[in-house]
Design a protein around this ligand. Sequence first.
Ligand code: ATP
Ligand code: MG
Length: 233
Amino acid sequence: MQQDGLIARLCNRPGLRLGVMGGTFDPVHIAHLVTAQEALVHFDLDQVLFMPAGDAPHKSRHGAPPEFRYLLVATATASNPHFSVSRFEIDRNKVSYTVDTLEYLAGIVPQGTEMFFITGADAVLEILTWKDPARVLELSAFIAATRPGYDLSRLSELLEELRSKTVDLVPEARVRIMEVPALAISSSMIRERLAVGKTVRYLVPDPVAELIDKSGYYKTGGSQTAGRKRCRP
Ligand code: ATP
Ligand code: MG
């Protein structure tokens, strides 16, 4: 698997600091990249591993299929040697809970690796609804990035609730808040714009915009193969 190759490449580094950025990335946009880059720098990470989610086989989705979302993330991250993308979740034919993904990564990273799960404010505020949140916090520290429209002041209260479920760690100490430049961008907003034919230029990297345009995904009722119509001479 690709991430096994990544881990092998990093194996020689003692005390590897690995960021993991989970998401649907439907599609990936510049706020994802800015958040990952800020985490890389502020927390002195060696790598950020993007982890696009797979689709639940029983669930019908309106977005693009996993393989295409993976392609977009791979394209968006290609020019940054500190960014990689994993196929782990999209290759599994079932829902991947964060705890399962982190258990998997914990099993293949070099001993002494520290993992940092990077989320936006909205995702971290849902932490109590995740499968086995106490174990998630044991496996990985958290970097909670600020996001317009979401208030992180409730976070310490939520973490307090987890305190009784953890033995060896203080949940509050495992989550660090990171201020990132406020970008009121979401994949939903990008899908909505594409559906009505609005441009997403500069909201996603140029090669990502080109791939989206060629694919026809996200167009309302659009064919998934059609690109632009050819101009008549
Ligand atoms: P959707 O609208 O489909 O939910 P999204 O923009 O929230 O898409 P996701 O793939 O759900 O993107 O998010 C992946 C991760 O990136 C999440 O942790 C999310 O909180 C974070 N994130 C997404 N957009 C931003 C943003 N503008 N600022 C900070 N974090 C963000
Ligand atoms: Mg989201």
